[in-house]
Ligand binder design. Structure first.
Ligand SMILES: Nc1nc2c(ncn2[C@@H]2O[C@H](COP(=O)(O)OP(=O)(O)O)[C@@H](O)[C@H]2O)c(=O)[nH]1
Ligand SMILES: [Mg+2]
Length: 318
């Protein structure tokens, strides 16, 4: 029998009663993936759909965590609750960063209406691309109405995670070429809202123009991504940003695009789960003694790679 501390369903129920430690353990289970994540997925699936997910991505140091802290204040002033998932191993919210004065997140640490969790990359298959949506679902099932996912806008997986939100915010800074860099990283395509944070610095207007020009060159739908200027460290712009998120949400709901997006998202996740489990199965087969002879034959040129592959797939299905 599972002890309560590792039984995912028991942890989920304890987390539902507001127990923070249970929630922390639950998120660790999700991070690790495997059976516990599967059980949890089945247990929570019928209880999701009410949460709204906001992704925020941009280069390291662009001010995402500072903005997240600012948004947390806005959300709390509206008596709403917000969960923040930081998928950024380089600047986790845990330990020093959260308690230090670098980011004003310490105001929120003891607030029941705010939950902050950083997720680290795991060293095995599945990784963050599967853990992040699962973590979002758990928070959704626990009735967190708003979930903000912060990821560094470098690396395909990170960009994908942020882009898989209902609303995606792309954060850039003033300075020559920042918008161009964001474009190269594939951030232009996923942006529903642009933020030029550190607008206290020189070149903010130029950056705005750069983004506008890039937007004009790309094929837009009915929603033209607004550009919001912020200075997170001076509490400027977070209200407007949150209002813009609300407008985008209304747009998605009224146009029916929210459901379309969510359908595409869950289909992409399905593909990912299938791909990764097949990949794992093939790797297991490759390592099994049964394939030793096959590999030797391949090495001796007695069988061609395609025929060997067909045999290997047969073995992995068996
Ligand atoms: N001048 C200025 N500095 C900022 C602003 N927003 C954040 N910073 C600073 O930029 C640094 C990186 O911020 P952080 O929120 O950790 O960025 P992240 O890596 O994107 O999460 C910190 O030293 C912040 O104090 C801003 O609007 N103006
Ligand atoms: Mg950060």
């Amino acid at each position: 029998m599972n002890r309560p501390s590792t039984d995912p369903v028991a942890l989920f129920e304890a987390a539902r009663e507001g127990k923070r430690l249970a929630l922390a353990r639950l998120m660790s289970l999700v991070e690790r993936g495997g059976d516990a994540a599967r059980v949890l997925g089945a247990h929570t699936y019928s209880q999701i759909g009410a949460a709204y997910t906001v992704g925020m991505t941009g280069a390291p140091g662009s001010g995402k965590s500072s903005l997240a802290a600012e948004l947390a204040s806005v959300v709390r002033s509206e008596q709403q609750r917000l969960a923040i998932l930081a998928v950024d191993p380089s600047s986790p919210y845990t330990g020093g960063a959260i308690l230090g004065d670098r980011v004003r997140m310490q105001d929120h640490v003891t607030d029941d209406g705010i939950y902050i969790r950083s997720m680290a990359t795991r060293g095995h298959l599945g990784g963050l691309s599967l853990a992040a949506p699962q973590a979002i679902r758990v928070l959704d099932a626990l009735s967190w109405p708003w979930i903000l996912v912060e990821t560094v806008g470098v690396g395909q997986v990170e960009v994908e995670i942020a882009g898989a939100a209902d609303t995606t915010i792309v954060v850039v800074n003033p300075g020559w070429g920042d918008a161009v860099q964001a474009n190269k990283a594939g951030l232009m395509e996923i942006a529903d809202i642009f933020v030029i944070n550190k607008s206290d610095r020189k070149g903010a207007d130029d950056t705005r123009r750069d983004i506008q020009q890039m937007l004009e060159l790309s094929s837009l739908g009915d929603w033209e991504p607004p550009i919001v200027m912020t200075v997170a460290t001076d509490h400027i712009g977070a209200d407007e940003l949150w209002q813009t998120v609300g407008e985008h949400r209304s747009y998605l709901q009224e146009s029916g695009e929210l459901q379309v997006r969510r359908n595409l998202r869950v289909q992409a996740e399905l593909t990912e789960i299938v791909t990764q489990s097949l990949e794992q199965r093939v790797i297991n087969t490759m390592e099994s003694p049964e394939t030793a002879e096959l590999k030797e034959k391949l090495a001796r040129g007695e069988i061609d790679p395609y025929a060997a592959a067909a045999r290997l797939i047969e073995l992995s299905n068996g």
